[in-house]
Design a protein around this ligand. Structure first.
Ligand code: SF4
Length: 181
């Protein structure tokens, strides 16, 4: 992608209020089987959210998906919430904004634009839990974690902070990934 094209996209990101982002190489996105296992064993969303495993491609298909891109951006969000339930209202608002950005990038001529959002899809109060029964398939997107990305390893490579948190009152460092081409 040319420097001018990057500048145009950066203006678009800023227009949407995103100033904390980095261009990354898709080949640096770390995809691991263990991430999928953490979804399958230990996460309440497994089988309950229509944009989370098992409603997503296999790990090898995810690897192939990332290999089909030459450009990507990671967006960084810092947030502290007082109550666990506050997390979803915050992330829903952020994610809906990210989907608008994805659409604008697409309409700018980047036909492969694909956003991976900051938290499991919470557009509907009651998720169907099955991809084919999704109530808003045009808006639903997976997180990077659902796509088997080791977000910790990936963002640390680019100097971004991320730690395992032990309490909801601690500051979260959340990340969205936009694949572009
Ligand atoms: S759009 Fe609704 S039904 Fe579809 S994944 Fe999101 S919350 Fe679930």
């Amino acid at each position: 992608m040319s420097a001018d094209s990057r500048k145009e996209l950066e203006s678009l990101f800023q227009k949407h209020g995103h100033t904390d982002f980095k261009w990354i190489e898709p080949k640096d996105i770390v995809v691991c089987q263990w991430v999928r296992l953490k979804c399958a064993f230990g996460c309440d969303e497994y089988g309950q959210n229509a944009s989370c495993p098992p409603n997503v491609p296999s790990v090898s298909e995810c690897q192939r998906f990332f290999s089909e891109y030459s450009t990507a951006v990671v967006f960084h969000f810092e947030k502290t919430v007082q109550l666990p339930e506050d997390r979803h209202s915050w992330s829903k608002k952020v994610d809906l904004g990210l989907l608008e950005l994805e659409r604008e990038v697409f309409l700018s001529g980047y036909r492969k634009a694909f956003m991976m959002i900051v938290d499991s899809c919470s557009i509907c109060a009651d998720c169907t839990g099955a991809r084919e029964e999704c109530k808003s398939p045009r808006l639903a997107r997976p997180t990077a974690e659902a796509m088997a990305v080791d977000v910790y390893a990936t963002v640390r490579e680019y100097g971004y902070p991320i730690e395992v948190l032990t309490d909801y009152s601690e500051e979260m460092n959340r990340y969205a990934f936009l694949m572009i081409e």
